[in-house]
Design a protein around this ligand. Structure first.
Ligand SMILES: Cc1cc2nc3c(=O)[nH]c(=O)nc-3n(C[C@H](O)[C@H](O)[C@H](O)COP(=O)(O)O)c2cc1C
Length: 263
């Protein structure tokens, strides 16, 4: 018996079959493309780490260069509470792989992060991860040459995520790079402008007492710990300054720098 193509039941059947076929195709594509997406995310992260470290020039370098240049880095996980690197046993226990660990994903995991009180939360990020990846380049003798630290802080519109690269003295900035933010293009979005970022290398983070002295100064920023604030973007500039103070302070990488780098 042939079905009536004009009947309601026929239309519903066709719609259901179409929906099922589309869902299978979309799920299949998502599963098949997942490894490629992960690889691209890692490539992008590595590129941003190289940009912060002043090692990558977008006009010259290719994706293949990112792979080979990134091989110079060691990726290790620091326990921000103790300021020490996690051992292989601790990594296995926590199920963390330093090459794929994501601070952004761990921020929402109560086992890997904790809420900050309003007094503690000077970068306005609400939660802080307990573990963070430090990327380092070391000399043949084992001395630190470059350290790249993940940093984040609230600007005007949302959390700005970036990397701060510092020299082996644990004090001199090598560079800054932001890979995710919601600031307005042309205003706060100028944090991604390489011309503004070019002021950062060589600036000193700490004063002689060991406190964070780095600041963004409106219409100036010539001092050894100063960078010119972004014009028309006072709130973003304040967010960047607070971000550096938080992550280089005792709730961030302060103990790590004291224990592992400056000692
Ligand atoms: C549409 C719009 C977008 C803005 N985006 C930003 C921004 O991304 N960052 C920021 O600090 N201020 C931004 N502002 C300006 C702030 O509201 C505020 O006026 C500014 O931070 C003051 O900075 P100034 O003292 O340097 O002028 C924006 C304003 C408007 C109207």
């Amino acid at each position: 018996m042939s079905s009536n193509v004009n009947s309601v039941s026929y239309t519903i059947k066709v719609a259901l079959v179409l929906c099922a076929m589309c869902s299978i195709m979309i799920s299949g594509a998502a599963v098949l493309l997942k490894p490629m997406q992960t690889a691209n995310q890692i490539l992008d992260r590595n590129r941003n780490i190289l940009i912060a470290a002043g090692m990558y020039d977008p006009a010259v370098n290719t994706n293949a260069d990112v792979q080979s240049m990134f091989e110079r880095f060691n990726a290790r996980i620091v326990d921000l509470d103790t300021g020490s690197y996690l051992t292989d046993e601790q990594l296995a226990e926590l199920g963390i792989d330093p090459l794929t660990y994501s601070e952004a994903a761990s921020r929402n995991d109560p086992a890997l992060s904790s809420a900050l009180s309003s007094d503690e939360d000077t970068a306005n990020i609400r939660r802080r991860v307990r573990y963070a990846t430090v990327y380092s380049i070391e000399s043949a003798e084992g001395a630190y040459e470059t350290l790249v630290l993940p940093v984040s802080g609230f600007g005007l519109w949302g959390i700005m995520y970036g990397y701060l690269a510092i020299e082996g003295d644990g004090n001199t900035i090598r560079g800054i790079g932001f890979y995710d933010h919601k600031e307005t293009p042309g205003l706060g979005g100028e944090i991604s402008n390489p011309i503004w970022q070019a002021q950062w290398p060589g600036k000193q983070i700490f004063d002689t007492a060991g406190d964070v002295a780095f600041e963004l100064v409106k219409g100036g920023g010539q001092g050894e710990s100063q960078v010119d604030a972004l014009s028309g973007a006072t709130l973003t500039s304040r967010g960047v300054e607070n971000m550096i103070a938080f992550w280089l302070g005792q709730r961030g990488f302060g103990s790590f720098l004291t224990n592992e780098v400056k000692s």
